[in-house]
Each structure stands twice: as structure tokens, then as C-alpha cells.
Design a protein around this ligand. Structure first.
Ligand code: GAL
Length: 379
């Protein structure tokens, strides 16, 4: 609802608890009378090549600064050693809490050990950090549900299902291809599992046919979620499996960046021209370039995850730790990182088709109508 209000209450709780308990917070270096101005939150983000992480970083920074905290925000250019080094530096410079969106969820164990040794709470941001007991909290979305929603959008776009979940008019068979994200990102597995659980009955009854035969996540994953890699794979699939005049009717894509690469490959092969409709391509993140493609009828849909709300949950969790409290979780079962189940706060997601752009993305102030029309943000 009103995130500023929630955040302000969080700040008031912090001030009270610092006054009442002598200020012994969970964060390393939280002094007796530590005011937000004396505290620094380290924020480590994976890359600026994807617009969503820029929005996440901006939102986290703005919300923390509004409460008076110092913020050390770093992007790691999708390079694992760079991210390790940046987190190491945040620790040596005395960060009081760390908020980390990992590039490779398994590559930060030694940084997390160092953070624990310095008594610095660690919040995993959107991507779970695996193989360490020192992940104190996880803020994300319902990632399995994202995969289900992507598969449902694909089925709806093909006409096998109606938007409200009833059987559709079409019978198929339809040809489809599958894409997954980076295997070192825990989320990629949740998305793919949710999607495949939903698509499998249709594959089993023959109404969907994966013509390439590539249905294992290892075969369809795209390292680092790279758009160019997705484009190349789609080009290879068209050459290897659709060179006999047949069409691919739909593509399960788990992320807008991949969707744009897939769409480029399809357009280069003549899809979207007269008499050759574009395949149904799904997405995720509501990146502005893809929102325009949806508005133009090129991409079928995206899954909207409001980065403002995710940032807010990260800030609320950071304040709880600084106040010596455990953040409030709404899921304590789903996210086993290989060592422990990490308490999580998961946000809901929304499917956005062309008709939903105005009510969901524009009316909420996420984008302006001008930004959607231009396919790029103003800042
Ligand atoms: C995932 C995230 C997705 C998408 C993807 C590529 O971890 O959950 O929303 O952003 O990374 O950046």
C-alpha cells in the first residue's frame, strides 16, 4: 500500500529499540546511539546490462537514503570475481548490513563467512545465496508461481487455455521450444519447474510438441541470462528443427532479455511479417523495451515483479536486523539453500498482457505512458 509509511514506521521502531535496549543491534559496528546517518548498508547488484537491476539498485538506494542511511551500491558487471571483491570491500569498510543479489548463487561462501565473523547480517536479494549457513534472510517473489504463470500465458496465447483457466478452443498440436535461465541462479530452476509442471500434461497428451526434443533444463539454459546467447540458440533451433517449412508456434522464455533475443531471431527468419504471425513468446520483469513489444503485439506477455516492493522488503528486513530483531518472514519452508532453509519474504507476481499495461504498469506509476510508447525510460 503505502511503502513510505511502512518504511517510516520501520525507522521509528529502530529508533525506539535502539533507545530501549542500549542499541545492541545485530549489525557489526552498531554503536549504542547509532543513528541511520552513522550506519552504512552495502548493496551488491549483479549487472547494469539489464534494466531491471538498475531499477532495483535505484529503489533500494532511494528508500535507504530517505531513512537517512549511508548506502554503498556496487554493480559487478556479471563478473563473479568482481562481485566477490566488492562484497569483501564492503565488509572491510564496515558495512552494517549487506543486501546481495548474487551473480552465481554458489560463489560467495567465503564472503558470507567473513560477514558472519564481523557480525554483519546478510540479506539475499531476489536470488538465493546457496551453500552457506550465513544467509540471514531472503526477499524475493513466488518464483515457482512465476514459472506457472509463464506457462499459463503460453497456453493462453496458443488458445489451449482461456485467460481464466478454462480449456481453450484450440486443440493443437502446437510446436514449442523451451528456454531457461542461468543454471547458477537458483531462480532459474524454480521458474523452469513451475513451467514444466504446467506444460507437461499438454506435452504428454500431444497438444504441445517440443520439436527439438530439448526438454531438460541443462539443454535449454542460457548462461548469465544473456540476450545474445538466447538469440543464437533460437537461430540454431530454427535451422536444426524448423528448416522443413514448419513453424514454431510458441516459445517459453523466462526473462524479457532472453525474449528479445528470441524475438530478434524469429523476426530475422520472417516471423511477424504478413502471413507469418509471430510465435507466442513469454517473458518476465516488465523491462521497458519488452513492455513496448507487448504493447505493439510482438511479445505475448511478461511477468511483472514490482522492484519497488522488493526493495521495500529488503529495507524493512535491514532495519529489523539493525534493531536487533529478526525480520518477519512469510515463508519458512521453500528456500533450502543446501545448508539450511532460509526464512523468506515472498511477494506475489502479476501477468501483464497488452491490456494490462495501463492498469498495472502505468496507473501504478511504474512507467509513464510516454516511456511505454518510446520503449525506454526517461532517466
Ligand atoms: C533472475 C530474476 C529474474 C530475472 C533474471 C535475469 O534471478 O529472478 O527476474 O531478472 O534473474 O536478470
Amino acid at each position: 500500500m503505502n511503502r513510505r509509511f511502512v518504511a517510516v514506521i520501520g525507522g521509528a521502531v529502530l529508533a525506539l529499540s535502539v533507545a530501549a535496549c542500549g542499541g545492541e543491534g545485530a549489525g557489526g559496528g552498531t554503536e549504542e546511539s547509532a543513528a541511520p546517518e552513522d550506519l552504512t548498508i552495502g548493496v551488491s547488484m549483479p549487472t547494469q546490462t539489464s534494466e531491471r537491476w538498475i531499477a532495483d539498485g535505484d529503489s533500494v538506494r532511494e528508500q535507504l537514503e530517505e531513512l537517512g542511511y549511508g548506502v554503498e551500491l556496487q554493480y559487478a558487471n556479471n563478473d563473479i570475481p568482481t562481485q566477490s571483491q566488492q562484497v569483501d570491500q564492503m565488509i572491510t569498510q564496515g558495512a552494517d548490513v549487506l543486501i546481495i543479489a548474487a551473480i552465481d548463487g554458489t560463489a560467495l561462501s567465503s564472503q558470507l563467512q567473513a560477514a558472519a565473523d564481523a557480525d554483519i547480517p546478510v540479506i539475499a536479494y531476489d536470488r538465493l545465496i546457496r551453500d552457506s549457513e550465513h544467509v540471514d534472510f531472503y526477499v524475493s517473489f513466488d518464483n515457482y508461481r512465476v514459472g506457472v504463470a509463464q506457462a499459463e500465458a503460453l497456453l493462453t496465447g496458443l488458445g489451449l487455455r482461456t485467460a481464466d483457466g478454462q480449456p481453450g478452443d484450440a486443440a493443437g498440436p502446437f510446436t514449442i521450444e523451451l528456454f531457461a535461465g542461468s543454471l547458477d541462479d537458483n531462480n532459474a530452476h524454480f521458474f523452469f519447474d513451475g513451467a514444466m509442471d504446467t506444460l507437461q500434461p499438454y506435452i504428454d497428451d500431444g497438444s504441445l510438441v517440443v520439436r527439438s526434443g530439448q526438454t531438460d533444463i541443462e539443454q535449454v539454459a542460457i548462461l548469465r541470462w544473456e540476450q545474445e546467447t538466447a538469440q543464437r540458440r533460437m537461430e540454431d533451433l530454427l535451422t536444426s528443427s524448423y528448416n522443413d517449412g514448419s513453424r514454431v508456434d510458441g516459445v517459453l522464455s523466462p526473462y524479457d532479455g532472453l525474449s528479445r533475443g528470441i524475438i530478434t531471431a524469429l523476426q530475422n527468419a520472417g516471423y511477424g511479417a504478413a502471413g507469418n504471425p509471430m510465435a507466442v513468446v513469454t517473458g518476465q520483469d516488465a523491462e521497458i523495451a519488452s513492455v513496448k513489444l507487448i504493447s505493439d503485439g510482438v511479445q505475448n506477455s511478461t511477468i511483472f515483479k514490482d522492484t519497488r516492493l522488493l526493495a521495500e522488503q529488503a529495507v524493512v528486513a535491514a532495519e529489523a536486523f539493525l534493531g536487533g530483531e529478526e525480520p518477519e518472514a512469510n515463508d519458512t519452508e521453500t528456500y533450502d539453500n543446501g545448508v539450511k532453509v532460509v526464512p523468506s519474504y515472498l511477494l506475489p507476481v502479476e501477468t501483464v498482457y497488452a491490456d494490462d499495461i495501463q492498469p498495472i504498469l502505468v496507473d501504478s506509476g511504474y512507467f509513464t505512458a510516454e516511456e511505454v510508447a518510446a520503449g525506454q525510460t526517461e532517466s
